[in-house]
Design a protein around this ligand. Sequence first.
Ligand code: LMR
Length: 394
Amino acid sequence: MFETLKAQPADKILSLMAAYRADPRDDKVDLGVGVYKNADGQTPIMRAVKAAEKKLWEVEDTKSYTGLAGDTGYHDVMRNLILGDAVSPDQVAAAATPGGTGAIRQGLELIKMASPQATIWLSAPTWPNHPSIIKYLGMPMAEYRYFDADTRGVDFGGMLTDLDQAKAGDIVLLHGCCHNPTGANLTASQWQEVADFLKAKQLIPFVDIAYQGFGDGLDADAFGVRHLAKTQPEMLVAASCSKNFGIYRERAGVLMAISQDPAKTALNQGTVAFLNRQNFSFPPDHGARLVTLVLNDAELRTDWLNELEDIRTGMLGLRQQLSDALRKRTNSDKFDFIAQHRGMFSRLGATEAQVEAMRESHGIYMVSDSRLNIAGLNAQSVPILADAIVAAGV
Ligand code: LMR
């Protein structure tokens, strides 16, 4: 049997991690995988998370199974965090999942079960694992224009023109905030327009929100998903706690199926629990429980909010520093978009050859599509990157 296996394509983000590790240069700069790093290049455990771990160690008295869909306390805090008061709790079915990727996978499986003929529309570009999982599941997919390579902003006209080709019942995958890989995001009024458009065309949104709190703030980043939850008859949301709680390896995510009709919720809840059972039975609990502890404890919550805000504003500062350094070197506003983008990533707009040249000459590691992780920078590496960008002729 094993001899029939074929080598699978390497994930371009994860293979970059290995290439970076193998590079012996001391001054190499890792701007690849989407992991937050502080000015010392560390990915620290957030203070409130560490305190919650201590508390959990003291109070947890069993490791017995939770529910198939995870702990309902976790569903409640995540629903509040992401959706606020945009919905009433009885409209939302939720399942804890192994990370945000697990939530995406489970959401796609639900779509496949309910509506196998639906095409999944993806932004061009999107996180490479989106099309990879959809292809693996054998589901129909299509792309809508999203990123304008000239302005490095959103090609909103192109997006709506392409989505006009979608048929009623198709799924539109949207990044809730901090678009990965581009950093270019919809404005509040564009979200409103998208919502009207989707509703009129009977398209179903599937929102992937993995970076809430990294863009314009926790509530501002949830504007789009909340507006959709208020206005659309039904939708799916996949969320991750990897980044905003810094618990990457704990694998804490959540899938939510939202319906305007609360009568549908019991069936949706049974379905997401069933899907968990088929794929892994019970979801991981440790990370989910930490998140629940942090969000339910006034002191821990405040500390978490403060640290998250420091992370967010730190990234904004790095964006400004890089954009200023490039203004100086190029005597132009060509790279001002870096300061306008939001979240962990920006797509620089460099060719693969230019990305390769920056790696060779300056030890800069960014994804081959020229996505760079802003959080991988610090005051020392900003000028190195700015020099490399100019030297490569971007
Ligand atoms: C990324 O885009 O770098 C992160 O979401 C990590 C991953 O799994 O790809």
